[in-house]
Design a protein around this ligand. Structure first.
Ligand code: SF4
Length: 361
């Protein structure tokens, strides 16, 4: 890349970012731990979704040490509803490592950051550049899109060759003052102007340098990745109630969320088999029966390329509940307790559809 182009592009992006950046809580701090938490939460997740979680998480765990000392159950409960729970577990593990090895102080260099569990090249670049002002690049989906368009790069966003090129370009361009603002400017541009669909080129600060725009087809870059085959699954789910409390279980080997509580459920080949299979499952794995089960409206949920339909029933139960294979533990939770329990989003949806949790809960 020619040096004067890089300089001009950089300058314009920085000017634009300072003027137009959204006021977000993690932009009001240089605390590397707070930036770490925000970057982990923001992976695959919208800013508006993250905001309340971020505030709650940092109020409860304001430092690396506070997080390191917490139990996993509480960390997952505070993450509950945000999805991608592996992130929370790795963040927790990372905090324990930093606490043990460096008394809670995060290193400033990206290479050292990458050695902490759960911190990959993107998060290391974010912490090093934003908290410590190191000229380290970062590349996420927004940055790939912006660079692919600016330089009309071939390939789709998951193509390692395109990603390598973008890392290289980002590494060249981050050199200079305010690397943290430069990186955030790139991501902000991708999130608010250079959107995947209908990019707002007319108000783009770097439009003069953009090859994709000059070619008249910004949306053609990057190319669409090959579509993943959609897998459809049907779940039969039980909302079992006893004395006003709801039964939750943990599996030895859950399909999705290790460590989370879940409603008792089984996967069935067809929806017509759901109620009968569920009754067998409850009897076999818990030793209980549902009394006059009432159907809960169908709920749907997506996890990666899986589309999951939950057919659920709500009932009082008879029998003494005891977990057997594939379940390993159970407990009963009052409705207020459920709100703060580490429970997956698709089970929350079922409870909301059954009127047991409020929509905002
Ligand atoms: Fe994106 Fe359009 Fe700006 Fe190019 S000109 S970077 S396509 S918003």
């Amino acid at each position: 890349m020619e040096e004067n182009i890089a300089l001009n592009l950089r300058r314009r992006l920085l000017q634009w970012y300072r003027k137009h950046k959204r006021d977000l809580p993690w932009r009001r701090t240089t605390d590397p731990y707070a930036i770490w938490v925000s970057e982990v939460m923001l992976q695959q997740t919208q800013v508006t979704t993250v905001l309340p979680y971020y505030e709650r998480f940092l109020t409860r765990f304001p430092t690396v040490s506070a997080l390191a000392q917490a139990g996993e159950e509480e960390v997952l409960a505070l993450w509950s509803g945000l999805g991608y729970y592996r992130r929370a577990k790795l963040l927790h593990r990372g905090a324990k490592t930093v606490e043990m090895q460096a008394h809670g102080r995060l290193p400033a260099q990206a290479e050292a950051l990458k050695k902490i569990p759960g911190i990959g090249p993107y998060t290391a670049g974010a912490i090093a550049s934003i908290a410590f002002q190191k000229a380290e690049p970062l590349v996420d989906g927004n940055v790939i899109r912006v660079f692919a368009r600016l330089f009309a790069l071939r390939g789709h966003s998951r193509d390692p060759r395109l990603q390598k090129k973008v890392w290289h370009l980002a590494g060249q361009m981050v050199q200079g003052k305010q690397p943290g603002d430069f990186n955030q400017g790139l991501m902000e541009l991708g999130a608010t102007v250079c959107r995947a669909v209908s990019p707002a080129c007319e108000r783009c600060p770097v439009a003069a340098f953009c090859r994709a725009k000059h070619l008249g087809k910004p949306e053609a870059f990057p190319e669409n990745p090959p579509a993943e085959k959609i897998v459809r699954l049907t779940r039969a789910v039980a909302v079992c109630e006893r004395e006003g409390k709801i039964l939750l279980v943990k599996r030895r080997e859950p399909r999705w969320f290790q460590g989370l509580w879940e409603l008792p459920h089984d996967y069935v080949p067809v929806p017509e088999a759901a109620e009968t299979s569920l009754k067998h499952f409850l009897h076999r794995s818990l030793g209980i029966r549902m009394k006059n089960p009432k159907k809960i409206p169908l709920t749907r949920h997506s996890i990666t390329h899986h589309r999951i339909a939950s057919h659920a029933w709500h009932a009082q139960i008879t029998g003494r509940a005891r977990p057997k294979q594939p379940l390993e533990m159970l407990d009963f939770f009052s409705i207020p307790q459920l709100k703060n329990t580490a429970l997956s989003n698709f089970d929350r949806k079922v409870l909301k559809a059954g009127g047991l949790l409020k929509t905002e809960g």
